[in-house]
Design a protein around this ligand. Structure first.
Ligand SMILES: Cc1cc2nc3c(=O)[nH]c(=O)nc-3n(C[C@H](O)[C@H](O)[C@H](O)COP(=O)(O)O)c2cc1C
Length: 314
């Protein structure tokens, strides 16, 4: 996701977000903005300067700063602005325009189905619906009954459901019990990046701690390649690694479980099958920092880290 206003100002850090990596076989750019005119301008510059398969409008971001400016989930109550935005953007874009939204702003006044009915009259190619309201953040489980209702309202426009999928069983269940055209996975992809392999192969993978550590090595190499291997590049890579570790530690090795892990179940502290597995399951920031030190060397003496995303907690 990139902010339309920042993309229009042009700093390289924002433009880095919309750059496709050669390993990405499907790549979409999500834009967040509150003003129809600047979103249309942004569509124009993205059309001319990027290589994306689709452009997506962020209509779900709950962050106060963005919401107060009328962007993210606030667009769910600004229907006429949204219509101008969508109609203006589709006029310019040669690739599909999609929408990502929540069920509502407040959980007791669901509005997604009303917006979907309108969006069917515009040229939207697909909608992703996160089954929680802005107010709920991650507090409740996603409302898949409502997602299903919305999928039926959306038909024949494809609607992807989103919320709480952490296993191939969760995925298959929702595919079988709802009319969604597909499923989007958020935290599951951060906690268990191999979830897509499990879905394709319809089986659990009892991945070892050293295989997981190899994924971290790859990640760190990508970071150093992108930001450089000088002190600044190392510390930037470390911050991103630590953010990721704040999700990764929630994975419980499948070989230690009798039942499939659910995203909202907080396990009791446990020992892994070796020291590395135990360390990777730690909820303590100091252990995440130790893992980062194995990959990136010692932290500077004044180093502190607080995870940015509250979504990493239960
Ligand atoms: C770290 C993090 C960053 C996210 N950033 C975005 C974003 O930029 N745009 C967006 O539409 N949703 C974003 N989301 C929300 C997810 O796309 C998804 O809707 C939400 O996590 C619910 O799905 P889940 O239960 O599978 O995690 C983010 C979620 C997380 C955990």
């Amino acid at each position: 996701m990139a902010l339309a206003s920042c993309l229009l100002q042009g700093p390289p850090s924002e433009w880095a977000l919309v750059k496709r990596h050669e390993s990405e076989d499907c790549f979409g750019i999500q834009v967040c903005g509150s003003n129809a005119e600047s979103m249309v301008k942004c569509a124009q510059v993205l059309e001319e300067n990027t290589d994306a398969d689709f452009i997506d409008i962020n209509m779900g971001c709950p962050i106060d700063l963005i919401y107060k400016q009328g962007g993210g989930s606030a667009l769910m109550r600004r229907h006429s602005c949204l219509e101008h935005m969508v109609r203006g953007m589709t006029k310019i874009l040669t690739k599909p325009l999609t929408l990502k939204m929540r069920t509502a702003i407040y959980h007791d006044t669901q509005v997604a189905h009303k917006i979907i009915t309108k969006a069917k009259l515009w040229d939207i190619s697909m909608i992703t619906l996160h089954g929680r309201s802005k107010e709920q953040r991650y507090l409740k489980i996603a409302d898949w009954d409502y997602i299903n209702e919305c999928a039926m309202v959306a038909d024949p426009m494809p609607l992807f459901g989103n919320g709480d999928v952490l296993s191939f069983e969760d995925y298959s269940y929702h595919r079988q019990h709802s009319k969604v055209a597909g499923i989007m996975i958020g935290r599951g992809a951060l906690i268990k990046p191999w979830i897509f392999k499990e879905i394709k192969e319809q089986r659990h993978w009892d991945i070892s701690s050293s295989e997981r550590f190899d994924m971290l090595k790859n990640y760190v190499n990508y970071g150093l390649e992108h930001w450089g291997s000088d002190t600044e590049g190392i510390e930037k890579t470390r911050r991103f690694l630590l953010e990721w570790l704040s999700f990764l530690h929630r994975y419980i090795p499948v070989g230690l479980l009798e039942q499939t892990q659910k995203i909202n179940q907080r396990p009791l502290a446990y020992y892994g099958r070796n020291d590395l597995e135990t360390m990777m399951a730690s909820r303590s920031v100091s252990d995440w920092i130790k893992i980062s030190e194995r990959l990136l060397g010692p932290t500077p003496s004044d180093f502190v880290f607080l995870p940015k995303h509250k979504a990493n907690s239960y």
